[in-house]
Write a protein that binds this ligand. Structure first.
Ligand code: GDP
Length: 371
């Protein structure tokens, strides 16, 4: 009895043996359920009702095994990436794991980019970026999983692209994969909330199958938790501030050499060398406080004000945050300095030197300018 019941949130098989594994529900609850009911595992239930996450690890090996299985399928691989955390959400080696299967890159959260930006230009940029990672997609699409029309449009394209094959949707956590699949389900079946979504990384556990028209299915796969993601060091309150919710308003700072910007107390940007006043445009959550100061005062300010003036982190999460690590960059072409999970600073000027700082373990990288 109750052998094959699945959580409708994450798709995991329900079980009462191990609280730390996916699909757990106490025997006292699970025993009373019948297969006609829609049941959430304890984890998804808590997430839905209390907005509280229970950490379940999907480690790198499990994720690689899961990816490895893909090469044995005859399917279209849909890799969802986060336009706002592009390098942090790329799956290195996806081309190899796909085997002979075609790949679609779906760059999600397009609603966060300025509306003035042309879709064609962004697609071109995404294509160049994935090529530089050795990924040769069949095609590249932009989506906003929150937007029904955007997903409807994508579904039409998907139907052509898949040429009758099953579709496997893969992605790292937090790219909006569950939101996208939820939207697909609600469009296709007019039901909602079948897959859990949240602010937190690691929401989706276990593969889940969604029927497409004929005998084919769309398969949602578990995401891998990117250890380098800033979100791991932040609590729910901080995440609300840091995670952009709508179109990001660029903030333009005219800095002199030896001036510094703090992004809350989470990251820091120094203008080290160049010629006079230079423009630095920040693309980050509109709610994130940016503080400008002299570079010579920055260390002391950070020491005394982190978790206070420089927030997030708040006074509690501040304790957990690793020390800032510094990365130096010489700008040779119009570039973005990317703070993984936070956003980026866009720079037109060339032949200047800057530094980016982020908590140890969180990447700061340079890339060709997006906007
Ligand atoms: P998953 O871990 O990849 O399944 O990601 P989720 O679907 O749980 O989404 C992670 C976070 O991103 C949630 O806070 C979502 O509301 C948000 N999100 C998902 N898709 C979009 C999108 O297209 N635009 C914006 N602005 N936020 C999104």
């Amino acid at each position: 009895k109750n052998k094959d019941l699945k959580c409708i949130g994450c798709g995991a098989l329900l079980q009462s043996e191990d609280e730390h594994q996916s699909g757990y529900l106490p025997a006292s609850v699970l025993g009373k359920k019948s297969s006609e009911e829609l049941i959430y595992c304890k984890r998804c239930f808590r997430l839905r009702h209390y907005n509280e996450v229970q950490d379940i690890e999907l480690d790198d090996d499990d994720f690689l095994n899961m990816l490895h299985e893909l090469s044995a399928e005859n399917a279209l691989i849909v890799n969802v990436v986060d336009l706002f955390d592009f390098s942090g959400s790329i799956i290195l080696g996806i081309q190899r794991f796909a085997g002979s299967n075609p790949i679609l890159i779906v760059a999600n959260k397009s609603d966060l980019l300025p509306k003035s930006l042309q879709e064609g230009k962004v697609r071109q940029w995404v294509t160049e970026q994935v090529h530089s990672y050795g990924i040769r997609p069949q095609n590249v699409y932009l989506t906003s999983a929150l937007n029904k029309q955007s997903v409807e449009k994508f579904m039409e394209e998907l139907d052509k692209e898949r040429q009758g094959k099953d579709v496997y949707v893969v992605g790292t956590t937090n790219v909006g994969k569950s939101t996208l699949i939820n939207q697909i389900i609600s469009i296709a079946a007019d039901t909602e909330n079948t897959i859990t979504t949240s602010y937190f990384p690691g929401t989706t556990l276990g593969k889940i199958e969604i029927p497409l028209d004929d005998d084919k299915v769309l398969v949602d796969t578990p995401g891998i938790i990117q250890k380098s993601q800033l979100s791991h060091y932040l609590d729910a309150e901080d995440l609300k501030i840091v995670t952009p919710r709508k179109e990001v308003k660029p903030k333009n700072y005219q800095l002199n050499v030896d001036q510094t910007l703090f992004f809350g107390g989470l990251a820091r940007f120094d203008y080290l060398m160049g010629r006079g006043k230079t423009s630095f445009v920040c693309y980050m959550s509109n709610e994130l406080y940016i503080h400008r100061t002299k570079t010579e005062k920055a260390d002391e300010l950070y020491e005394t004000q982190r978790g206070k003036l420089l927030t997030p982190p708040n006074s509690e999460s501040s304790v957990e945050l690793p020390e800032l690590k510094r990365y130096e960059f010489k700008i040779k072409e119009p570039s973005d300095i990317v703070f993984s999970g936070l956003g980026w600073v866009s720079i037109d000027a060339i032949d200047i030197t800057v530094a980016g700082w982020a908590p140890l373990g969180v990447d700061v990288t340079i890339r060709k300018q997006l906007i």
